[in-house]
Design a protein around this ligand. Structure first.
Ligand code: NAD
Ligand code: UD1
Length: 363
């Protein structure tokens, strides 16, 4: 008997597929709904090798209300983990309409149909990008919010949308603000496959290690950081995946349910995150929480560990800063520790080793 059945929108993608593995290991049943825009059904074979069965998969778009209505009429879901969306900062600047349509309209359609079907619990894939660039790390959930590109804006707008539905219609939401997921499942059978030239550091470094690209450009070595290069909070994707289970269990157990309970259990953490229970609807809640390691790693450090793990030279040159970049971003993770009882367990080196295993098996 599964613990619960969850719908994973975007479950064929990088984070969704790893979360599927973690859910299966924890005794959950799930259905993947994905339009395939940034993933292939080959992921299902990888999942089958890892978990032993082929997951149930529906090729569909979250903006298709009729598909959702039919699905919810025939299947019972205790909740939804909503990964589906577009995620490239650069592309969002070129095609903002696609980002608003996919991320915002997609989330609105999903939530509306879920509520009509009586599904009230949702875990949302948010991002550290919702924090204003002026904040000093480590970032707490009550840091100033603000965005500098359409992708980030859609994430923040969806958080606000979910918060409004929590207030007025009893939706119960955990919004997980991911820091920088890297690596792959230790089997090497699933991992991150960016389309085109990778915009993010880790997949780019892996491409250079395989010889697919010539060298890494380090975007500035004059940042106010210990070695002058940018610092980020790189989290093993399996730790991130397990963070979703912890978040779901906190949500479904009622642990987050009322503001009073929340304040009692949080003590001095009570002003962290946002809990909107009881303003209009007694049931509703919106709880935002960071998922990171709480440690910063510089570009140079990540390249150095990658050199050690892969045994390749990984040539790197210093170039100018990337527009819109910030020096250092890492998470304060005490809210996830206190409330979910979750903490990232895997070291950076393991993330690089597992990411490299996946990459090596692809080439
Ligand atoms: P991904 O692109 O690998 O996965 C997203 C999946 O959603 C893909 O399989 C894609 O085919 C599917 N999809 C896209 N639009 C859809 C739609 N309208 N209907 C149905 N399926 C759709 O991305 P990911 O890295 O796994 O990210 C998952 C979520 O986490 C995204 O919402 C992303 O914005 C967010 N996020 C990612 C990162 C990161 O660094 N990877 C960081 C912060 C937040
Ligand atoms: C990116 C996204 C952000 C998202 C986050 C996690 C951008 C502008 N921002 O930010 O919205 O939430 O990923 O997925 O894309 N770097 C290099 N050379 C490279 C690539 C990156 O030096 O070729 C440096 C960057 O300057 C930064 C660090 O590496 O210091 C990490 O960059 P990246 O992987 O793009 O992540 P974020 O900057 O955190």
């Amino acid at each position: 008997m599964p613990k619960a059945t969850l719908l994973l929108t975007g479950g064929l993608g990088y984070i969704g597929s790893h979360t599927a593995v973690a859910l299966a290991a924890a005794g959950y049943d799930f259905v993947i709904l994905d339009n395939g825009s940034n993933a292939s059904v080959g992921v299902l074979q990888g999942l089958q090798k890892i978990i032993g069965i082929s997951p149930e998969f529906i090729r569909a778009d979250v903006r298709d209300a009729q598909v959702l209505r039919d699905l919810f009429a025939h299947r019972k879901f205790e909740g939804i983990i909503h990964f589906a969306g577009l995620k490239s900062v650069g592309e969002s600047c070129e095609k903002p309409a696609e980002y608003w349509d996919n991320n915002v309209i997609g989330s609105l359609t999903l939530v509306r149909e879920a509520l009509n079907a009586g599904i009230k619990k949702i875990v949302f894939s948010s991002s550290a990008t919702v924090y204003d660039a002026s904040n000093i790390s480590p970032l707490r959930e009550d840091a100033k919010l603000g965005t500098s590109n359409p992708y980030g804006t859609t994430k923040l707008v969806v958080e606000k949308l979910l918060e409004d539905f929590a207030r007025s219609q009893g939706l119960q939401v955990v919004s997980l603000r991911y820091f920088n997921p890297i690596g792959a499942h230790e089997s090497g059978w699933i991992g991150e496959k960016p389309s085109g030239i990778p915009a993010n550091l880790f997949p780019y470094v892996m491409d250079v290690a395989t010889g697919k690209r010539e060298k890494v450009s380090i975007f500035g070595d004059d940042w106010p950081t210990p070695d002058g290069t940018g610092v980020r909070d790189y989290i093993h994707v399996m730790d991130l995946a397990e963070g979703h289970i912890a978040a779901w269990e906190a949500l479904s157990s009622g642990k987050l349910k009322t503001h009073q309970d929340f304040e009692t259990s949080c003590n001095n953490e009570s002003r962290r995150g946002t809990n909107v229970a009881s303003s209009c609807n007694q049931e509703g809640l919106f709880f935002a929480c960071n998922l990171g390691t709480g440690c910063g790693t510089s570009v140079r450090e990540l390249i150095e560990v990658s050199r050690e793990v892969t045994g390749h030279l990984i040539p790197a040159i210093i170039t100018s800063r990337r527009p819109g970049d910030v020096a250092a971003v890492w998470a304060n993770v005490s809210l996830a520790q206190t409330i979910f009882g979750w903490t990232a367990k895997r070291k950076l080196r393991q993330a690089v080793e597992d990411g490299w295993r996946f990459k090596s098996q692809q080439t």
